[in-house]
Design a protein around this ligand. Structure first.
Ligand code: DX5
Ligand code: ZN
Length: 232
């Protein structure tokens, strides 16, 4: 069955001084979810949002909240983000397993993993589900899909930029992964990074139905036009 397109507003490009106003603008425009980019300054060089902000956002919307954890040892934080009100928790595959030594420096970016530690990743996905939240695994542009964990996932998020910052350019390397997922996976297939009027159709054609957007959405004069364009 064909899934309808859902737009997830990534609040990284919202006005944090007027977060409640921006949440209401997004709701009125027809976004389906809110995407919250949680970065620790180690897994990615940027430092952003902890559970307190998720809690603050939770008070202003009933729409699903996605916590995209770009943090080392994500398992240690799953419970806090769940308690703060996240409905969906995304963990990055690159956090599981041994990284090459060149990749262990704190400022090395993006993090690379050759062999994902599947049992460790599976444990965290199960931990998310035990808390009655939806479990998503995320793959960076340079990371191959690990199909073995899909049974433990409600969704898969394919990164079309190296995570860490809003406003980067879409990387077409993401498209074959979406195509493969479309063939073998029945849960949510989401795409994140550089999504705009030109790249959204490519992603949807390849298999994505959850479109995450920060800068393109929040820089628009009329947010509902963005949602309408994507849904077309
Ligand atoms: C990147 C984040 C994305 C980001 C998308 O690290 O995971 O969610 O907010 O930003 P845009 O839509 O500007 O590429
Ligand atoms: Zn994100």
């Amino acid at each position: 069955m064909k899934k309808s397109i859902e737009v997830s507003a990534s609040i990284l490009a919202a006005d944090f001084g007027n977060l409640e106003r921006d949440i209401k603008r997004c709701e009125a425009a027809g976004v389906a979810r809110f995407h919250i980019d949680c970065m620790d300054g180690h897994f990615v060089p940027n430092l952003t949002i902890g559970p307190v902000i998720v809690e603050a956002v939770r008070k202003h919307t009933k729409l699903p909240l996605e916590a995209h954890l770009m943090i080392e040892h994500p398992g240690d934080y799953i419970e806090s983000y769940a308690k703060a009100g996240a409905d969906i928790i995304h963990v990055q595959a690159e956090c599981y397993g041994k990284r090459p030594s060149s990749c262990r420096l704190w400022n090395q970016w993006p993090k690379i993993i050759k062999q994902v530690d599947i049992p460790a990743l599976r444990l965290d996905l199960k931990k998310i589900r035990k808390l009655h939240k939806k479990a998503f695994v995320v793959f960076n542009p340079g990371t191959a899909l690990c199909e073995d964990v899909l049974d433990d996932c409600d969704g898969v998020l394919i990164m079309s930029v190296n995570p860490g910052f809003a406003g980067q350019q879409f990387m077409p390397e993401a498209l074959p992964k979406l195509k493969r997922l479309k063939e073998i996976f029945h849960g949510d297939i989401a795409i994140d990074g550089g999504i705009n009027a030109q790249t959204a159709p490519l992603a949807v054609q390849a298999g994505a139905h959850v479109l995450i957007t920060a800068s393109y959405l929040f820089s628009a004069e009329n947010l509902s036009n963005v949602i309408k364009t994507f849904q077309k």
